[in-house]
Ligand binder design. Structure first.
Ligand SMILES: [Zn+2]
Length: 1048
């Protein structure tokens, strides 16, 4: 019944050139109509999402409406929308992948009442294009034809409104078919949605921007930029090696001047280039925006320039050696997103003068150029953070043009600033929908969740045989992982890792599955988090809480009783009942033999003395054994060169009014490492198993070895202290980092490790079919294969891995399990997406921490406040200043040695600094400031200095911390020593000290839990968590998923 046609696609490239593509095209008698009014749902095969039945009409947007107004069509209030295939394809061809993906997501999203109708595959809807007919006319005609077919298909029972921007189409079709109306988009909104104010504003804003663009292109007063080359020329040029393709990266600190093109794919090999290409100045950037995939032409060598090495915007500093320099000749892929901007103040608007309706707004992200917005609301918007989108950037215009989308919140207001961070990282978290919640299990007092008898038969029951327990941050609700260890009858040991069986509840392609996939991860900001799964799963039926039956996915290893050598491994679904839900500090106390802590463990409270003693002994044995095993496994990895790296983790304490009370670096415990080691072991063994079963479609995680050149700074710094860092292998690096230890200053080792971390590449998820096996290696953990399996509650990667493992052990019995797996190609695309979302999670966490740091110091007088003076360590030398790390707060920042007036720093014999005329001289590991009077002071790497911390406020961007060296001597405060020890080296005393103050803060939080609860509801988070546990969780996350702050 299929008919074959040839379809000629004429694609217009963005330069206006036309490409002719001939495709075979098959027509079918029926395609899904996805309407509840369908007379023959079985024939139409309507097995996907259906339109809702409570609408007054269906709306069919024309191709141009979909292109221009998609963001309005995204409003969930607009219901009953049918997207024609013709319109979707037009979007794909004209607007690129990002816009097309948005459309695809909209169609998939259960919250939006819209469907796709594949009109071009339906034999009565398909119209061949007539000779001489323009693409646009044919598209409108096809959509109209499909609209009338659809109307009749639903037996004329539902009026259809086709919305178009084409006046002729309105004239021609407006009254052709009864029941099918054809009107303009504005008309549609006015008549059908008069009260949906936001859509009217947005529509007006888009129309305005379009009108202005049209006017301008008529006036067209000379070109600001060269035209981009046609796509064919770019592609041929890349092939021949004349041009180079890569992603544009703008230098945040010199956004107007410096950008680099990071080489991509084959480009780097063909061109023989190893370094990035410098793009100097806005002209050479030729309208490309940070993140775009561009095509670059190299300039002749005599025009090459060097990169800047000075701090900040100071001019007149000597740049580095000239490096390959080029100019952008075309853009292959625009990566425009939503941008947060600030409107100019009233005075600035007036100075912008004649074109007062076109306002130049400043993006929050320094790397994005100013954007011209057409609006009459500029004055009303000047105190707010505002979202805009870019529409176009013509060669005649100095700046891109865009339109206003929505207001986020007031500048400087916590909620407005957090919303800014979310938008800037493309994180959108809305409450879980009703459709998604309907898929959730029930667990209430009237209707408690129970283990089903069917699952009881299918699963290995560990409830009576295994002592299972969890170790997590205090108050943790989402317990992903539990542990067990026991002696077997044959004398061997059995180690078990039991992970929440999330995929039992989240079935492939369900609404909740799609939502979790879109979120990809739980986002942890400094003061809040956004969950990947609803709390009924994450904090309840999936969470491996103490004393309740839960489904788990377990790995159990049989170990030799003395050598701990792995003899056997078992994977499978289980039922467990965790006996103890321990918190880290309690587990550590037990490990240290301080049994008094049992009073703080609720499970022990109601026991009589005898059973209490027995149970305690059993638990002590298990924790001790576990730690011993973990040490052993760790030692084995260490021999292969596993890296222990440092990052700075800061805790923020809020007082009752949510003002920041203190910033405290966090402390690790050995028991963290024990748990982490067991998780690493489980991840490693699952990686081996799923790769063995699905060699071309397993999701693994690799950590590429770092580029050697990135290590040069680390080596130089270490040399300054007389240490040699060997970076030839991870083993050599780990060993030499261990040896680079200054007994008088633990910070040195800690800084060196943190530098090593910065030189590392990021660990990445990938599909095994897309990567050669020798590249699977995880450099940081020193493992040949690794994956993420142990946190399915908060990482989507782990959900995929659980499904892979289940398929691997199902022994071909259940084919449908395998059918649900992703193909290599789809998995690779999904991995790229998850990697991208993880970076967004990292950035938003870092940016929110910096926001809190600034709030902590803002409005404090740096001259008088104690907190604003601190000890800092110099960790990098630049031409006009130094980079300083402040251990007490975990802050890193720049301190200038030359100020804006050109004066240089000078220090009196007692250390106090002053600004005087003079000059700076930079050496390898030190910088000397000499005044015209002949006094000089030298700052070396790792010198301790006293810095004053202040906040540089910014209206358009985030505030930043400013550091000023006020003495070249260390700052002596009573607890300096305490903070100097705050590296991994020494634990016990200061851990207790810091923990105690944190716990006090927690108590203060608990009193105020009601107030916070409202906020939690507003941000759809799990309620009732104290700030302390959230922060602990960040650290926990960092330890288990070392990638989070350590780049592994
Ligand atoms: Zn139908």
């Amino acid at each position: 019944m299929l008919q074959k046609r040839e379809k000629v696609l004429l694609l217009r490239t963005f330069q206006g050139r036309t490409l002719r593509i001939v495709r075979e095209h098959y027509l079918r008698p029926s395609v899904p109509c996805n309407s509840p009014l369908c007379p023959q749902p079985a024939v139409c095969r309507n097995d996907g999402k259906l339109l809702s039945s409570d609408v007054t009409h269906y709306m069919i947007p024309d191709w141009k409406v979909v292109q221009d107004y998609l963001e309005i069509l995204e409003f969930p209030e607009l219901k009953g929308i049918i997207f024609m295939q013709t319109a979707c394809q037009a979007v794909q061809h004209q607007r690129g992948r990002r816009q097309y993906n948005k459309l695809r997501n909209l169609l998939k999203d259960a919250r939006h009442d819209c469907v796709l109708f594949a009109n071009e595959f339906q034999q009565s809807c398909y119209l061949p294009r007539e000779r001489g007919e323009s693409m646009e006319k044919w598209q409108s005609r096809s959509i109209y034809n499909a609209a009338t077919w659809y109307y009749h298909h639903c037996q004329d029972r539902m009026p259809i409104v086709m919305v178009t921007e084409d006046e002729e189409a309105i004239q021609q079709y407006g009254s052709e078919t009864e029941g099918v109306f054809v009107i303009s988009f504005k008309n549609y909104l006015d008549n059908f949605w008069p009260d949906l104010k936001a859509t009217h504003e947005l529509c007006e804003s888009i129309l305005q921007s379009r009108r202005e663009r049209e006017n301008e292109s008529q006036e067209s007063h000379g070109k600001e930029y060269p035209e981009h080359l046609p796509l064919e020329v770019l592609e041929a040029g890349i092939k021949s090696g004349r041009y180079i393709q890569g992603t544009l990266n703008v230098n945040k600190h010199r956004a107007q001047i410096e950008a680099f093109v990071r080489l991509q794919g084959a480009s780097s090999k063909d061109s023989g280039l190893v370094s990035d290409i410098l793009i100097h100045g806005m002209k050479a950037r030729n309208r490309s925006i940070h993140g775009d995939v561009v095509v670059v032409e190299l300039l002749p060598k005599n025009e090459w320039k060097g990169r800047t090495t000075a701090l900040g915007e100071n001019d007149g500093e000597s740049p580095s050696e000239p490096m390959p320099t080029g100019r952008v000749v075309g853009i292959l892929q625009k990566n425009w997103r939503d941008y947060v901007v600030t409107f100019p103040s009233k005075e600035e608007v007036q100075s912008q003068g004649k074109n007062a309706r076109k306002i130049l707004v400043t993006p929050w992200d320094y790397r994005i150029p100013k954007i011209r917005i057409s609006t009459q609301q500029a004055e009303a918007l000047q105190d707010f953070r505002v979202v805009v989108r870019i529409d176009s950037w013509e060669s005649t215009s100095m700046y891109p043009s865009g339109h206003f989308v929505r207001v986020l919140g007031r500048i400087g207001d916590l909620e407005g600033e957090i919303a800014t961070i979310l938008v800037e990282n493309s994180i959108s978290v809305v409450p879980f929908s009703e459709a998604q919640m309907c898929e959730m299990p029930v667990n209430t007092t009237e209707n408690p969740w129970k283990v089903s008898s069917e699952e009881e038969r299918e699963r290995k029951d560990l409830r009576k045989t295994h002592l299972v327990f969890s170790i997590d941050p205090r108050g943790c609700e989402d317990v992903d992982d539990t542990l067990s260890v026991r002696a077997l009858d044959n004398g061997n040991l059995e180690l078990g890792v039991h992970i929440a069986d999330v995929t039992h509840f989240v079935t492939s392609h369900s609404y909740i599955d799609i939502e979790a996939r879109t979120r990809a991860t739980t986002y942890y900001l400094a003061d809040r988090r956004y969950d990947m799964l609803p709390s009924i799963l994450s904090a309840d039926v999936c969470s491996l809480l103490g004393g309740v039956d839960r489904y788990a996915v377990s790995i159990m290893w049989e170990l030799d009783k003395t050598s701990y050598e792995i003899k056997k491994v078992w994977y499978g679904r289980t039922i467990i009942r965790s006996a103890y839900k321990l918190f880290y500090e309690a587990a550590q106390e037990l490990l240290d033999g301080n049994v008094d802590i049992v009073d703080d463990i609720p499970e022990f409270r109601d026991m009589d003395e005898k059973s209490r003693q027995a149970k305690l002994e059993e638990l002590l044995w298990a924790i001790g054994k576990l730690t011993d095993i973990a040490r052993h496994i760790r030692a084995k990895r260490d021999r292969c060169g596993a890296l222990g790296l440092e990052g700075v983790e800061v805790c923020i304490q809020l007082d009752e009014k949510k003002n920041i009370h203190d910033l405290i670096p966090k402390q690790p415990l050995e028991v963290h490492e024990t748990v982490a080691e067991c998780m690493i072991l489980a991840n490693h063994w699952v990686a081996k198993k799923i790769y063995e079963s699905f060699p071309r479609q397993a999701l693994l995680r690799r950590h590429p070895p770092p580029h050697q050149e990135f290590f040069s700074e680390l080596r130089e710094c270490a040399k300054a202290k007389g240490f040699f860092i060997d970076t030839r292998s991870n083993k050599a690096l780990a060993d030499s980092l261990d040896n680079a230890n200054d007994p008088n200053d633990p910070i040195v080792n800690w800084l060196l490790r943190s530098m090593a971390t910065q030189a590392m590449s990021n660990a990445l998820y990938f599909s095994t079919g897309s990567c050669a096996e020798e590249e699977f290696h995880h450099y940081g953990l020193a493992l040949d294969k690794y994956t993420h399996f142990t946190s399915p509650i908060r990482r989507y990667s782990d959900i995929i891995v659980h499904r892979l493992l289940m398929a691997a052990i199902s022994k071909d019995k259940k084919m449908e399990i395998k059918e649900n797996l992703f193909s290599n190609k789809d998995l690779e695309e999904l991995c790229r997406y998850i990697n991208n979302r993880n970076r967004a999670a990292q950035h938003s966490q870092k940016q929110s921490t910096e926001l809190f740091q600034c709030m902590y110091f803002k409005d404090k007088d740096p001259e008088t406040e104690e907190r604003c003076i601190a000890d800092g360590v110099i960790y990098s030398i630049r031409t006009n200043g130094v980079l300083v790390f402040i251990p007490r707060f975990g802050i890193k920042g720049a301190a200038y040695l030359k100020n804006k007036d050109g004066l240089v720093i000078s220090c009196s014999p007692d250390g106090h600094s002053e600004w005087k005329p003079g000059s700076l001289q930079r050496f390898q590991n030190k910088i000397t400031s000499t005044t015209t009077g002949g006094e000089s002071v030298t700052f070396h790497l790792f010198d301790h200095v006293t810095v004053r911390i202040s906040v540089q406020a910014s209206r358009c961007h985030s505030d930043t911390i400013r550091l000023e060296i006020i003495s070249n001597k260390p700052y002596m405060m009573p607890d300096t020593e305490l903070f100097q020890q705050s590296s991994l080296l020494l634990k016990s005393d200061l851990v207790k000290e810091v923990t105690r103050s944190m716990e006090e803060a927690q108590l203060a939080q608990e009193v105020k839990v009601n107030v916070i609860e409202k906020d939690y509801q507003k941000y759809c988070q799990t309620k009732g968590r104290s700030l302390y546990t959230l922060l602990e969780e960040i650290r926990d996350l960092a330890l288990l998923d070392v990638s989070n702050s350590y780049g592994i």
